[in-house]
Design a protein around this ligand. Structure first.
Ligand code: ACO
Length: 397
C-alpha cells in the first residue's frame, strides 16, 4: 500500500485524475451507490422503499440526522421547517431587482448568498446546535425562495408561505396562489412532487455536493457553501440536464425524428448528446430513472394531461437502448430523463426545473456540510495540478 502523502512530499509525485473518476475526496456515511448493480441507499434504506413509503420531510430528517424520526420527532421537524419558512423582506427586494427573464438559478444562488450575509455574523460554527439550525433553515427557506423567484418571473406579487400546510403543499400554494389567496391543492400533484424531491435529495459526491464540501472545507458558512452548490448544479452536464432534456424533446418534436436524433448523438463532431442519458457512476441503470419512468405515465393520467413529448421520450429511450453505441458505453436514462415531463405536467415552467432539483437536493447538501464539520480527517480541499506551461523565462525589455 503506497502512502501517497509521503510519496508527494519525498518525490514530488501525485495522482492525476481529471474529473475525479477514481478519487475519493472524503469518507461519508450518508448515501451509498453501487453503479454496476443500480443500487442507491440513503442511510442504508433503498431508494425504491423510501419512494414508496416515506415522505421528503422524513427523508430530509434521515439524511441530516442519520436515523428515521419518531412520530414526535417528525412533527417537531415539520413545525421547525414551518417556523423557519418565511424570509426577510430584503430578499424580496433582491429578487425584484433581477430582470423578469433572468434565469431562476442565477436568482436562487444570489438569494441564498443573501441568507449568507444575513446570518454570517451571528453564526458560531463551533456550536453543533447552531450548525444544525442553519442546515434546517436552508431546507425550510429554499422552497420559499423558489416560489418567490417563480412569482417574480411571472410578474406576480411576493407572498408569504402558508405555515399551516405541509412542506410540499406550502411550496405549491405559495408558488401558484391566486390574487385572492386561493389555491386548489391537488393531492396527486403534492404526491408527485414529494416523490421527485425524495429522488433528488442526495447522490453522494456529485459535482454540486462536492462543491458544497469544497467550499465548506474552507470554513465558509453553510449558506455560502450551498449557494456555490446551486451554481454547480446549474450546468447541463449535471442538474441543468432536466431543462436541457425538455428542450431536446421539443426540438425532436415527434417520434419520427427520433432515429435522426440518435444518429446525431453518436456523431461526436455534432456536439450533440442525448440529454438525460449517461452517468458517471451508474453503468447498468439509474434506479431513480426507473422510479420516475414508472410514475410518469401514471401522473400524466391522474392529471388528465396528454403530452406528445412522452411518446418522443419513450421512443428515444427504446431506440437508444437498442443501439450499439449506447449499449457499448453503458449509457442509460438518468434521473433527469423523465423528470421534466412530470414538472411540465405540474405546470412548472422549463427554466424552473433545475430550481426544483436544487430544492430537493438542499437536504443532501446540508447533510454533507454537517457531516464534514465533525469529520476529524477533514482538511481544506486543495487539489494539485499537472503544470503544462512555460519553463522559467526572463522578462525582456
Ligand atoms: N449522448 C451521447 N454520447 C454520450 C453521452 C450522451 N448523453 N454521455 C456520454 N457519452 C459518450 C461520450 O461521448 C464518451 O464516448 P467515447 O468513450 O467514445 O469518447 C462516453 O460516452 C463516456 O462519456 P463521458 O463524457 O466520458 O462520461 P462522464 O462520466 O464523464 O459523463 C455525463 C457523464 C456528464 C452524465 C454524460 O453522460 C453526459 O454528458 N450526459 C448528458 C447530460 C446529462 O444527462 N447529465 C445529467 C447527469 S445525472 C445528474 O447530474 C443528475
Amino acid at each position: 500500500c503506497v502512502d501517497i502523502s509521503k510519496l508527494t512530499k519525498e518525490t514530488g509525485y501525485f495522482t492525476y485524475d481529471s474529473g475525479f473518476t477514481a478519487t475519493a475526496s472524503c469518507k461519508s456515511a450518508i448515501t451509498y451507490i453501487d453503479g454496476d448493480k443500480g443500487v442507491l441507499l440513503y442511510r442504508g434504506y433503498p431508494i425504491e422503499q423510501l419512494s414508496e413509503k416515506s415522505s421528503y420531510v422524513e427523508v430530509a430528517y434521515l439524511l441530516i440526522n442519520g436515523e428515521r424520526p419518531s412520530a414526535e420527532q417528525l412533527k417537531a421537524f415539520n413545525d421547525e421547517l414551518a417556523a423557519e419558512a418565511d424570509v426577510d423582506a430584503a430578499v424580496n427586494t433582491l429578487i425584484g431587482s433581477f430582470a423578469k427573464d433572468a434565469h431562476p438559478m442565477a436568482i436562487l444562488a444570489a438569494a441564498i448568498a443573501q441568507l449568507s450575509a444575513q446570518y454570517h455574523a451571528s453564526l458560531d460554527l463551533s456550536d453543533a446546535e447552531q450548525r444544525r439550525k442553519a442546515a434546517v433553515r436552508l431546507v425550510a427557506k429554499v422552497p420559499t425562495l423558489s416560489a418567490l423567484i417563480y412569482r417574480h418571473g411571472k410578474g406576480l406579487p411576493a407572498n408569504k408561505p402558508d405555515t399551516s400546510l405541509d412542506y410540499v403543499s406550502r411550496f405549491l400554494k405559495q408558488t401558484f396562489e391566486a390574487a385572492d389567496g386561493s389555491y386548489d391543492l391537488n393531492q396527486d400533484v403534492v404526491k408527485a412532487l414529494d416523490l421527485l424531491f425524495i429522488l433528488h435529495a442526495d447522490h453522494e459526491q456529485n459535482a454540486s455536493t462536492s462543491t458544497v464540501r469544497l467550499v465548506g472545507s474552507t470554513g465558509a458558512n453553510p449558506y455560502a457553501s450551498v449557494a456555490a452548490g446551486v451554481t454547480a448544479l446549474w450546468g447541463p452536464a449535471h442538474g441543468g440536464a432536466n431543462e436541457a432534456v425538455l428542450k431536446m424533446l421539443e426540438e425532436i418534436g415527434n417520434a419520427d425524428n427520433v432515429e435522426s436524433a440518435v444518429v446525431k448523438a453518436k456523431d461526436k463532431a455534432s456536439g450533440f448528446r442525448l440529454m438525460g442519458f449517461g452517468h458517471r457512476v451508474y453503468k447498468n441503470f439509474d434506479p431513480r430513472a426507473k422510479v420516475i419512468g414508472e410514475m410518469t405515465s401514471k401522473v400524466l393520467k391522474q392529471l388528465g394531461v396528454q403530452d406528445p413529448l412522452l411518446d418522443v421520450a419513450v421512443k428515444l429511450e427504446q431506440a437508444a437502448l437498442q443501439d450499439e453505441y449506447f449499449v457499448a458505453r453503458k449509457l442509460y436514462p438518468n434521473v433527469d430523463f423523465y423528470s421534466g415531463i412530470i414538472y411540465k405536467a405540474l405546470q412548472i415552467p422549463t427554466e424552473m426545473f433545475t430550481v426544483m432539483f436544487a430544492l430537493g437536493r438542499t437536504s443532501g447538501w446540508v447533510a454533507h456540510w454537517l457531516e464534514q464539520q465533525v469529520d476529524p480527517e477533514m482538511k481544506i480541499g486543495r487539489p494539485r495540478q499537472v503544470y503544462t506551461g512555460h519553463d522559467v523565462r526572463d522578462y525582456q525589455g
